[in-house]
Design a protein around this ligand. Structure first.
Ligand code: ADP
Ligand code: MG
Length: 311
């Protein structure tokens, strides 16, 4: 089911078209990725969906209702993790979450329960009584995410939640996204990190200069690039005979062997891999290692824009 529909959204700042005629559908229960370089318009788009700014034109429909008409009702369904950390440095982590919980209309025993649940999720229970200014960047991020979940939103919107943090917190955040999604939460995940979006998201929109330049599943996006996957296999007895058998496999474009390394060029590595391995096994080529170079979202972006995704 379509949960969020964006129709022809536009937002300009002076002469800059920050968001330029964006139409998208986000389905219930998915992790939807919004991938684009700095300045692409991701935060501006997120700000319109979360009612922080209003669009110049276009419409946002959430669960069949126009956001413009039913703002209050719809806002309760949304949890926003903003790009800029929104915490009071001199208050403790618990005081911060209590504050945010009250902003969401929670109180009493329920508020306390939700705050403890949030610390559990952030993995920072033992630091609840410490001041925010004693936290690392990654820990602040995790509290920021916890704050967005206090009112149990149906949709979590995360704007570049892993920029400039330590790998441990980054992994914790990525796992948290998967955990929440596993419980049925719909997530919109904004990032300029291709690997994160590729790891987390079932469907992805690539944004550049305010426009959605491509959208679809990973496979659909990869198909936009006329590139092939490369499979490198180190195996014993890799000779001409096995190469000829491999070449005949449907989906394999070419194969060659040199010094016990087989190089296979395939339309899609994943679909031919099982056949390749069973062939090698049958031909008594003992496999020592396999390395797959797949077309990734970076190559898709490069193909569509002529530029690299990274600054
Ligand atoms: P992203 O989040 O993808 O990095 P933004 O949505 O922050 O991109 O910005 C998109 C474009 O809009 C950029 O060119 C940025 O400079 C401009 N922009 C964003 N917010 C404002 C603002 N409040 N005032 C003026 N220009 C803005
Ligand atoms: Mg941004």
């Amino acid at each position: 089911m379509c949960l969020i529909e964006l129709k022809g959204l536009e937002k300009s700042y002076g002469k800059t078209k920050a968001v330029d005629n964006v139409s998208l559908q986000i389905m219930e229960g998915e992790v939807f990725g919004l991938l684009g370089p700095n300045g692409a318009g991701k935060s501006t788009l997120i700000s319109m969906v979360t009612t922080l700014i209003s669009p110049d034109s276009g419409e946002i429909v959430i669960k069949g209702n126009s956001l413009r008409k039913k703002t209050g009702e719809i806002k309760k369904l949304l949890g926003l993790v903003p790009q800029e950390i929104a915490l009071y440095p001199t208050l403790t982590a618990r005081e911060n979450l209590m504050f945010w919980g009250r902003m969401y209309g929670l109180g009493g025993a329920l508020l306390k329960e939700r705050v403890e649940e949030a610390f559990e999720l952030a993995g920072l229970k033992e630091r609840a009584g410490d001041r925010i200014d004693s936290f690392s960047g990654g820990m602040k991020r995790r509290i920021n995410i916890a704050a967005a979940l206090l009112h149990h939103p149906e949709i979590l919107i995360m704007d570049e939640p892993t920029v400039g943090i330590d790998p441990q917190s980054r992994n914790h955040i990525l796992e948290t996204v998967l955990k929440l999604n596993g419980k049925g939460m719909t997530v919109i995940y904004t990032s300029h990190y291709m690997e994160e979006v590729e790891f987390l998201c079932s469907r992805i929109a690539i944004m550049d200069h305010g426009k959605i330049i491509a959208a679809g599943t990973k496979d659909e996006l990869r198909k936009l690039v006329d590139e092939r996957d490369i499979i490198n296999i180190e195996a014993a007895n890799a000779g001409n005979k096995v190469v000829e058998i491999l070449k005949a496999i449907d989906g394999i474009v070419n194969a060659s062997a040199e010094a016990n390394t087989i190089k296979i060029i395939a339309q899609d590595a994943e679909t031919v891999l099982a056949k390749v391995i069973s062939t090698l096994d049958r031909e008594r080529c003992k496999v020592h290692s396999i390395n797959i170079e797949q077309t990734n979202l970076e190559s898709v972006f490069l193909h569509l824009t002529g530029r690299a995704l990274r600054d």
